[in-house]
Design a protein around this ligand. Sequence first.
Ligand code: AFD
Ligand code: MN
Ligand code: MN
Length: 427
Amino acid sequence: MRILADQVGEQNRRHEERHRGDFDFLASRLSADGHDVDALVSKIASLQIAVPSWALGAGGTRFARFPGGGEPRSLEEKILDVGLLHALNRSSGAISLHIPWDIPKNASETKALANELGLIFDAVNSNTFQDQPDQEFSYKYGSLAHTDKSVRKHAIDHNIEVIEYGKQLGSKALTVWLADGSCFPGQLNFAKAFQRTYASLQEIYSALPHDWKLFIEYKPYEPNFYSTVIQDWGTSFLLANKLGEKAFTLVDLGHHLPNTNIEQIVATLMMEGKLGGFHFNDSKYGDDDLTVGSIKPYQLFLIFSELVYGMENPAYSNPTPAWMIDASHNVKDPLEDLLQSVEAIKLAYAQALLVDRDELEAARENNDTVMAQEILQNAYRTDVRPLLAEARLRAGGAIDPVRAFRALGVRKQLISERGMKTVSTGL
Ligand code: AFD
Ligand code: MN
Ligand code: MN
């Protein structure tokens, strides 16, 4: 299934008049406050957020999985699904693949399909947290950190193979997330596990093409419940620094213990030029992988405020991070959920763009705590939804993507094409 420009245009006609009124009102308020509204709209339009191939079907929990029907059955169908999102929001212009789930059979055809839909291939992800059927060496006790050299070699070779697939598709980064760790005190020598991981990553790093990046993702616990080898941003940063200039830390919002000040982590990493990748989701308790902005939208805004400061600071050399949604969909339609996540990310971004940096710095220098809070909260409390809708409209997308998705009967058509009981590969 594809969504055509005419269909989007027809949907937009229903909302256009109301949108025009809302946008004109906001635009005049923002202009009066000194903002360049056209510049804001184009910045918002150009933010592209990759969709991971494993988020297109029902994720499920350890207890059950309730598929909603019409899930993609192949890599091509996953690409087509991201194409549907991109046709509606013009902001999902990239897909992130996970190997071995998404091995392309014919890379040039896969690339051509993505190209036709306006999509590029974001970072490729390796998988050393599961054993594949007939795998000779088991990852039960780890992969890059394993005590046995043969297991480590197997995991290193897999990562190098993932780079090869990525090269065929035009990806420019490898993301490594390790499940390695221990479940019980005493099980693992922490220092040796770190050193083995570092040595394994050095081999992977040396196989990276010159214009590629390596993203090192951290996570405090799960599936191991006592220790994780790359448990926090400090460990990831240490590895990235030791490895070299192509290695970066990847922040996944769900990979922090409750109440961690993630915005401060972001600020430190960007100051050091080491924030390479970003996985968006929201959580209440742990790595819940919920819809972005569904639980803690103010925290998301504060994080974006640091991201914008880091991206726009001329003294910084941090590359633009690779943005990706890393969520799991258990009760909602995955595509609708992804549309909601993209909206939440862009709202926080747009609000962060409204922060008057000079005024904020002046308030900070004067220790004017009240004014510093006012400046941030005024931006956060601005209803910027018309800016997002305008950005989509100008880019050929839908004023209201979720309503357009429903009005066009997308899920119904996907079910009729693919069936009710399809199972998408992935987590
Ligand atoms: C797991 C991890 C992590 C990672 C993903 C893909 O928690 O978020 O990005 O797998 O490897 O969900
Ligand atoms: Mn992640
Ligand atoms: Mn996760």
